[in-house]
Design a binder for this molecule. Structure first.
Ligand SMILES: [Zn+2]
Length: 408
C-alpha cells in the first residue's frame, strides 16, 4: 500500500506528502472510535509537531468518515500510525485522510487547532504494478497476512509466474463465480502450485477449465495445502489427470473441501478422473471432504473421490470423506478410488451408500486393506471417524462441513 508521511504544525498548519521513511510504532497510541474493526488497514508515516502530542486521524471514503481515531504521539521521531480500514481488497480505491492537531495543555491561547487532508489511492501489495489484472491489494502472502482473494481475476492471478511458486498464503473472502469465462488451472505438470489456499468456507462455481496436462481448479499441487473450499458446477476437460479441486496432488494436503455437480472427463490415454482429485500420491493427505453428484469419465480410472492413489512414493492418507451420487465411466471404476496403486495404505473411512452399484475400487495392486465402506445411510451413526462436534454437521439430511458459508 502506498504510504504517506505528514508533518503537522499548529498555527501555521502544514501537511504535506513525503516519501515513505523508516519509522516505528513505538511512541504511538491509536484509539479507534466507535469499535470500528478490520483485520487490515493503512500505515501512515507521520512526524508530529513539537508543540502537541494529540491528534485525530479520520479517513473518508465519501462525505462521512469511515474510521476515526484519537492518536497520541510521544516521540519527535518519525512513526507509523496504523488505522484499520475496510477498503476494497479487489482493486484500487481512493480515500481522503484528514489529520487534526489539537492544542496541547498549557498552550491554549498560544496555538489553535489545525487540520489538513490529502487523498490517497490504494496500490497492489503483491509487488505487481498498479493496473495488473488480479493484483492483490491486501496482505503480503505470509501465513499471518495472506493475500486476500476477492475476485475471479485475483484467483487466476495466483497462477501467474509472479506468484505460482512463491509458497504464499491466500485467503478467499467470498463466493466466486466464473460463469461465462474459460479459465486455466492454477499450476501444471512443469510448474507446480506450492502455496496455501484457504477458501474460508466459500465456493468457486461454474469453472470451465481449459484443457491442460493436469486439470482442476489447481492443476498440480506440490507441498501445498488446500482447505475450506467448495467447487461447484465445474467442467474439467480431458488431459491426463483431473479433479475439481486438483488434477494432481503430490506431498500435499486437501482438507475440508467439497465438490457438487461437477463433470470430469479425462479421456486421453491413461487418464484418471476423480470427484476430488485425479491423482493423489507421495504422502499426500485428503481429510474431511465430500463429493456430491459427480460425473467422472476416464480412459483408465474413474472414481467418486480419487482417480488414482499412490503410484509413486509413499502411501497417501485419505480419511473421513464421503461421496453421494456418481456416474462413472472408464476401464476401472471405483466408488471411492479408481486405481488403488499404493505401496501400502488402508482407507476404511471413505464412505458411500450400499445402493451404489460400483465397487469401492476399480483395480489394485494391494494384498490387504480396504478403500472404503458402504453404509445404509450417510448419518453420524454409520460414519465412524467423522467428527460431528468440531468438523461436520447434519444439514438437510446429509453431512456438511461446519466451515461452509451460506450461498446467499
Ligand atoms: Zn501480483
Amino acid at each position: 500500500m502506498k504510504r504517506y508521511a505528514f508533518s503537522c504544525c499548529l498555527l501555521l498548519a502544514s501537511l504535506f506528502l513525503a516519501l515513505p521513511c523508516a519509522a516505528a510504532r513505538d511512541g504511538v497510541t491509536v484509539a479507534v472510535q466507535g469499535g470500528y474493526q478490520c483485520e487490515y488497514g493503512v500505515d501512515i508515516p507521520f512526524t508530529r509537531s513539537a508543540r502537541t502530542s494529540d491528534y485525530t486521524f479520520a479517513i473518508y471514503a465519501g462525505n462521512t468518515p469511515e474510521v476515526q481515531a484519537n492518536v497520541t504521539v510521544t516521540t519527535d521521531s518519525p512513526v507509523v500510525v496504523h488505522l484499520p480500514l475496510r477498503y476494497d481488497p479487489a482493486g484500487p480505491s481512493t480515500h481522503t485522510l484528514q489529520v487534526t492537531a489539537h492544542v496541547a495543555a498549557g498552550r491554549q491561547g498560544l496555538d489553535r487547532e489545525a487540520a489538513l487532508s490529502r487523498t490517497f489511492t490504494t496500490a497492489p501489495t503483491c509487488g505487481c504494478p498498479a493496473g495488473t489484472a488480479g493484483a492483490f491489494y491486501v496482505g503480503d502472502g505470509s501465513e499471518g497476512a495472506p493475500f486476500l482473494v476477492a475476485s475471479t481475476d485475483q484467483l487466476q492471478h495466483i497462477g501467474s509466474t509472479a506468484h505460482l511458486q512463491k509458497k504464499s498464503s491466500f485467503l478467499q473472502t467470498g463466493h466466486l463465480d466464473f460463469e461465462g469465462q474459460t479459465v486455466e488451472s492454477i499450476g501444471s505438470l512443469n510448474s507446480h502450485f506450492l502455496g496455501h489456499y484457504n477458501g474460508n468456507g466459500y465456493t468457486v462455481s461454474n469453472l470451465n477449465l481449459q484443457n491442460a496436462d493436469a486439470n482442476g481448479l489447481f492443476g498440480y499441487l506440490q507441498e501445498a495445502t488446500i482447505e475450506n473450499l467448495g467447487v461447484v458446477g465445474a467442467t474439467v476437460p480431458s488431459g491426463g489427470a483431473g479433479g475439481p479441486i486438483a488434477g494432481v496432488a503430490e506431498n500435499s494436503t486437501i482438507r475440508r473441501c467439497w465438490t457438487k455437480g461437477c463433470t470430469v472427463s479425462q479421456t486421453t490415454f491413461g487418464g484418471h478422473a476423480g470427484g476430488l482429485v485425479g491423482l493423489l500420491y507421495s504422502s499426500s493427505v485428503v481429510q474431511d471432504c465430500y463429493v456430491q453428484n459427480i460425473t467422472a469419465t476416464a480412459d483408465t480410472d474413474a472414481a467418486g473421490l480419487l482417480g488414482m492413489t499412490g503410484e509413486v512414493g509413499a502411501a497417501v492418507s485419505a480419511s473421513n470423506c464421503y461421496v453421494d451420487g456418481m456416474t462413472l465411466s472408464g476401464m476401472s471404476c471405483g466408488a471411492t478410488i479408481g486405481c488403488w496403486f499404493a505401496p501400502s495404505g488402508s482407507y476404511p473411512t471413505l464412505y458411500c451408500l450400499d445402493s451404489v452399484s460400483y465397487p469401492l475400487y476399480g483395480r489394485n495392486n494391494q494384498t490387504s486393506g480396504v478403500t472404503g465402506t458402504k453404509v445404509p445411510a450417510l448419518t453420524p451413526s454409520y460414519l465412524s471417524g467423522f467428527d460431528f462436534t468440531g468438523v461436520w454437521e447434519m444439514k438437510d439430511g446429509l453431512p456438511r462441513l461446519q466451515v461452509e458459508q451460506p450461498l446467499s
